[in-house]
Ligand binder design. Structure first.
Ligand code: ZN
Ligand code: ZN
Length: 222
């Protein structure tokens, strides 16, 4: 069912002024799913354990070898492995705390409140069971109204999705990652890919360090 998205004012601002419900008086945002809090431990463990192992391997193969000078290649490997671990940790932090793609409540996104939602809120009744409300084909900005987040999701912002774990609407949705416990969207996709990339880069770096130390041992053996 499409609603008339502005009865009375010509702009969203005029509509916002007409609504008697303040943003702070809207129902609380939905509670996060249990997995939102538990899944990130897996991601933190994977990044932490892999980083530690790969750094230790690289150190063992270069600086760790007794009385052998660190070769040029070894030095590069040491610098690289720390940089790669750094990128992985920063990417993980952004994935966990960046709130990427989450549609926030604001004057622009909250108003006009659809009439059926507004009357239920005024009667202090639950919105459970209500279906999301399409804005109509002709609306320039809004796509549909999420009755759980109580906001209008934007048009032309990629796939818009209300995640059942994160319990928020996100734009540019790709998938919910069960390892990091967050939605992977257009905005944090580079971090997600960087994390996977750093895992392979770290393995190559550690391998390079092991090979360079092997070369030193061979030279000394000759
Ligand atoms: Zn939502
Ligand atoms: Zn999610």
């Amino acid at each position: 069912m499409a609603i008339s998205w502005c009865d009375g004012g010509d702009t969203d601002e005029e509509c916002a002024v007409e609504s008697s419900i303040d943003i702070s008086d809207l129902p609380d945002l939905p509670r996060r799913g249990q997995a939102f809090w538990t899944e990130p431990f897996m991601g933190i463990c994977v990044v932490g354990v892999l980083s530690t192992i790969l750094i230790a391997l690289t150190y063992g193969a270069t600086a760790g070898a007794e009385a052998t000078p660190v070769t040029g290649l070894g030095q590069i490997a040491l610098t690289l492995i720390w940089a790669e671990a750094g990128v992985a940790v920063l990417s993980t932090l952004y994935l966990l705390f960046g709130n990427a793609g989450v549609v926030q409540r604001s004057e622009k996104t909250c108003y006009p409140i659809p009439s059926e939602v507004e009357s239920l809120i005024k009667q202090q009744r639950t919105l459970d069971g209500l279906k999301n409300i399409p804005a109509g084909q002709d609306h320039p900005m809004h796509d549909s109204y999420c009755v759980r987040c109580c906001l209008w999701r934007p048009r032309n912002a990629g796939k818009v999705h209300h995640c059942n774990v994160c319990q928020r609407c996100v734009t540019g949705f790709d998938h919910h990652c069960g390892v990091f416990g967050r939605c992977i969207v257009r905005a944090n996709m580079p971090c997600f890919l960087a994390n996977i990339g750093m895992m392979f880069a770290g393995m190559v770096t550690a391998m390079m360090a092991l090979m360079s130390s092997g070369a030193v041992v061979q030279e000394q053996g000759m």
